[in-house]
Design a protein around this ligand. Sequence first.
Ligand SMILES: Nc1ncnc2c1ncn2[C@@H]1O[C@H](COP(=O)(O)OP(=O)(O)OP(=O)(O)O)[C@@H](O)[C@H]1O
Ligand SMILES: [Mg+2]
Length: 604
Amino acid sequence: MESSSSENLNHTVRVPELPTTSFLFCCRYIKTYLWHLMFMLVLEGGQATCSILLPYAIKKIMDAVALAQQLKVDVWIEVEPALWLFGGLNLGIVLFSRASGAMLVLLGPTIRLQVRRELFNYLQGHSHRYFLSHYAGSLANRISEVALGVANTIWTVLFDFWPLIITFSVSLVLLISVNNKLALALGLWLAIYVLISFFLALRCRHYAQKYAAARSLVSGKIVDSVTNIQNAKLFARRDYEQRYLEGYLVKEVNIARKTFWFMERIRWFQFVSAMILMLGIIGYALKIWSDKGMTVGEFAMSASLSLMLIEQARGLSRRFLEFFEYTGNINEGVSRIIQSHEIMDDVDAKPLIVTQATVQFTQLSFGYGSDKPVFQDLNITIKSGEKVGLVGFSGAGKSTLFNLLLRLFDPQSGAILIDQQNIQSVTQESLRNSITMIPQDPMLFHRTLLENIRYGRLNATDDEVISAAKKAHAHEFIMASESGYQSLVGERGVKLSGGQRQRITLARAILKNTSILLLDEATSALDSVTEHHIQESLAYLMRDKTVMVIAHRLSTLSHLDRILVFQQGVIVEDGSHSELLRREGHYAQMWSMQAGGFLPQSEL
Ligand SMILES: Nc1ncnc2c1ncn2[C@@H]1O[C@H](COP(=O)(O)OP(=O)(O)OP(=O)(O)O)[C@@H](O)[C@H]1O
Ligand SMILES: [Mg+2]
């Protein structure tokens, strides 16, 4: 393992590096849309300023009315400028908020799209090993959650925190113009309120996280039960499953109650502080007014300012809490997805050029983990156009050899050469474009049969697809199905039988048509009549190609040029079918035991 990771240091990433903390990750998208976001900042600032200036306009109106009554002049003339201000502010609120709304329509989906696009791109660069150890569903979920988290974090700052800062600052300035002490009192209240809200949210986050974990545990248990519904049915365990789930449901309810109680306490704090602010400011302002320290308009302004502030500040703890939740989701998602790629193209990797299609494994050592290695110092040379069968007991390492040739894993030492080019120094795309592999347990996309077959060569015409399907003996069953080539195959192809799936992958391989062909038990799920037909197509497919075939049914290998017998990662015999029979070793023993059937299940 060490040598492979130290080798990787020499490789660089082609996919853009993505930051791994929520802050830097959000910054990346803020930078991308900086000007749009700045414009929205101005619009939101404008809206908040207009809103909080309304009490000021009301003050102007009331003062003007009072003055007009005092001077016994026409009220309308006196009040006109203040009315213009009032109308202007209201119009401002409408225009600023709707312009900002329009920007949100433009930008909101774009940011989410960009995050998802980049994360998906990054995710695709991960190695086979990464995907073996992560659930597909949870990875897909994380991408959506990070995208939503980034957008919501930005919107919380822009639509909640920023207007609040403006509202608080303008209110302070307005109150200073009325009375310094009143402003000081409000300032103090604000500082204490924001601080306590922040800390309460921090504490509540702990409960919220536990609650979220309990929720996801319950949905995980339900998914597991539904996935295994067949087991539950076959063993008649419906009640058992119900009781099993019940325990987790009860736990979730308990945690939910704790969380909601804590939130209720936060609400107590908010309502009581709002009451104190309201009573305090109005009482204090009344006192100042009665001491002739302010006009009736100023009194009205102080009262309505405090009302508006309470309105704005009420949800502050909840907003902090949501903010923590979003950034937490981003952190969790990016730490899972943005790990360094295990297998990367060399900086100066060139495309693989296949002319002869020779394959060479030299001094190859490989193990999946730190436990017993699968191969040690393995050497195999396969000549151009040679057709080689691989035989060995289950777990001997046959599929692993294919995985290494396709560079799904990097060996710990040694090299694999195709036409004298080391596969670690060519691009992975070109390598996999030059090799066709029919895997042991083929999976299909939940797309139409046509799309699934065409996956082998995207520019193949419909006729070419059909002709490939005919060669793979898939055409008959495809035409017999209700929607023919347009039939959907179900998740991973579950709506097809094992043999049908194999024939679809065979058709796909016929379309891809590369000069190196790997078959891993490609016909194991077929009945002997279908297999007999397909052997002809396979023989046609193999012409002029370098081919490696894994099969447990030895009769399918007997016509190949050469057979390698694997035993625990070591080649114990190497020769043609007749040579190996003459040698009377392992192969001959297996052959005699099979009598046209399969390998015995245990070691000889
Ligand atoms: N992804 C993996 N992670 C860890 N170990 C693995 C992995 N895949 C295979 N192995 C182990 O490596 C060894 C070789 O497996 P491999 O799949 O190459 O066997 P095989 O010869 O193809 O067997 P079969 O005939 O059953 O397909 C086995 O012991 C197996 O348990
Ligand atoms: Mg295998």
